[in-house]
Design a protein around this ligand. Structure first.
Ligand code: ATP
Ligand code: PAU
Length: 321
């Protein structure tokens, strides 16, 4: 481990830096034996997920998060005792940020499965901020169809209200649902959040300050103000671009084949055409968003997980404060 802390103020870093093996050693007494059912569930999340990766990277992370959740739950109990208040339970909220295609939703689903194994927080829910994108109709009106994922493409006021409701212990909260197949918000579908022990909120924008005029009219509040812990999933741009293109080609052979898919027109592209199409969407939209809006939020995270080839985590940085 590298403390990155010297007497020289300019070299001060708020992070402790761990190599892969240093991090892996921190799993310590975390129960390592996953049941067959759990292994099957994890592989259902992502067929390319390596179980060694789960043991070496995600189990230590779930151990750390369990300790934090436990400490926070005790703190809430102390406040309730002091106030003689039996009010509703408050979920522990974890934010997961990073570029399009870096693996946020996979990370979120692995953590959801692992965190739910601990007895003090069995109910772990997951929402993605994709649901808070404006519907295509509004994006079209505002000329934002090529800016999907940029700060102005989200109904940030609604997202902030959602976060406030979760943190206030509201019994049932509705979250809007986005479909990658339809490439749009599903007007008739809602996800209901019912007081989980932990809520994971995953999305490219979760560490960003509000930018829309709408949100500026109310006191400046960040989505991350509601987080107890936040994770930034990081990798080199070239690497993420490769994953974006690979996923696009995979979708061409699967989801895009569905006539209802927004991208059905890409279903019959040759390999070379698919690569070129994916590269141009990457360069025109997602790379610009990464450089302009996502990467600048990296150092706001409590933990930065840096991935290399094959999605293997090479380095973990954990905030000391
Ligand atoms: N740990 C992992 N091991 C193997 N493959 C992975 C892992 N994480 C992600 N992938 C693959 O990388 C691609 C991107 O992953 P994922 O869909 O989770 O990204 P994302 O950041 O949630 O993207 P988006 O912002 O577009 O929703 C997918 O093809 C996924 O299968
Ligand atoms: C929905 C988002 C913004 C985030 O997950 C992303 O997957 C997206 O659709 N980006 C727009 C460009 C593209 O189609 O890749």
């Amino acid at each position: 481990m590298n403390d990155n802390h010297t007497c020289n103020q300019s070299k001060y870093s708020p992070y402790l830096t761990f190599t892969r093996s240093e991090w892996g050693a921190l799993r310590q007494s975390t129960p390592l034996t996953l049941t067959e059912e759990e292994i099957a569930n994890l592989q259902g999340i992502n067929e390319y997920l390596s179980l060694d990766e789960v043991a070496e990277i995600y189990l230590p992370l779930s151990r750390l998060l369990n300790l934090y959740v436990d400490a926070t739950q005790k703190l809430y109990k102390a406040t309730h005792t002091f106030l003689n208040d039996q009010s509703a339970k408050v979920p522990y909220i974890i934010g997961i940020a990073g570029s399009v295609a870096v693996g946020k939703s996979t990370t979120a689903r692995i953590l959801q499965a692992l965190l739910a194994r601990w007895p003090n927080h069995p109910k772990v829910d997951l929402v993605t901020t994709d649901g808070f994108l404006y519907p295509n109709q509004i994006l079209e009106q505002r000329g934002l169809m090529k800016r999907k994922g940029f700060p102005e493409s989200y109904d940030i006021k609604r997202l902030l209200q959602f976060m406030a409701d979760v943190k206030s212990g509201v019994a049932e909260i509705e979250a809007p649902v986005y479909s990658h197949l339809a490439y749009d918000i599903l007007a008739d579908e809602k996800q209901i959040i019912r007081q989980p022990d932990i809520l994971i909120v995953e999305g490219i924008n979760v560490l960003q300050p509000p930018k829309s005029e709408q949100a500026r009219s109310t006191p400046q509040l960040f989505v991350s103000d509601f987080f107890d812990f936040s994770i930034y999933v990081d990798a080199d741009e070239q690497q993420i671009m490769k994953w974006y293109v690979e996923r696009f080609k995979l979708l061409r052979n699967t989801a895009f084949q569905n006539p209802d898919s927004f991208f059905h027109r890409y279903a019959n592209l040759s390999d070379e055409e698919a690569t070129q199409t994916a590269l141009s969407i990457w360069r025109e939209i997602n790379l610009v968003n990464l450089q302009k809006n996502i990467l600048p939020t990296r150092n706001r995270a409590h933990l930065i997980m840096r991935k290399g080839e094959n999605h293997f985590v090479e380095q973990v940085k954990l905030r000391k404060l």
